[in-house]
Design a protein around this ligand. Sequence first.
Ligand SMILES: Nc1ncnc2c1ncn2[C@@H]1O[C@H](COP(=O)(O)OP(=O)(O)O)[C@@H](O)[C@H]1O
Ligand SMILES: [Mg+2]
Length: 148
Amino acid sequence: MNVKNYVRLEFSSLPENVSFARSCVGAFASQLDCTLEDIEEIKLVVSEAVSNSIIHGYNNDPSQTIEVVVSILENNSLEIIIKDYGRGIENIDQAMEPTYSSDPSRMGLGFTFMRSFMDEMDVVSEPGKGTSVRLLRCFPSQDHRAMA
Ligand SMILES: Nc1ncnc2c1ncn2[C@@H]1O[C@H](COP(=O)(O)OP(=O)(O)O)[C@@H](O)[C@H]1O
Ligand SMILES: [Mg+2]
């Protein structure tokens, strides 16, 4: 599907950039006809995915790079791609299970939140190469709303 508008972010894998990424994506998404609650959910999933790249992908090494591309597609859906070049995920099905975490001190709900707040979630990962998470959130088109 064609992209109507997009922003590409690239930033250091520092914890302070979690709030940077969530604010940027939230601000970009606010041009869509959506509620504040929608924006809060979008910000939450960005935090979860970027945190995963920092903590799990890069084992908190601040010298690495995270990429986020957020796009508004032709049908007014919002696509967010979060990418790292870190450790990768051995078993994606297991990683997505609610409450599974490779770190016993964590809750293991990041992917569960991403899946429940977004309409689509695709994870592509290769051990030793990195992880890319694609999230899609659909919004009714403005034409459709105007007719309703
Ligand atoms: N970007 C990533 N790179 C490597 N492993 C990841 C990444 N994202 C998630 N994982 C793996 O998937 C598991 C589940 O992630 P998540 O549901 O967010 O739970 P949590 O972050 O609490 O562990 C993580 O514990 C980790 O093993
Ligand atoms: Mg997580």
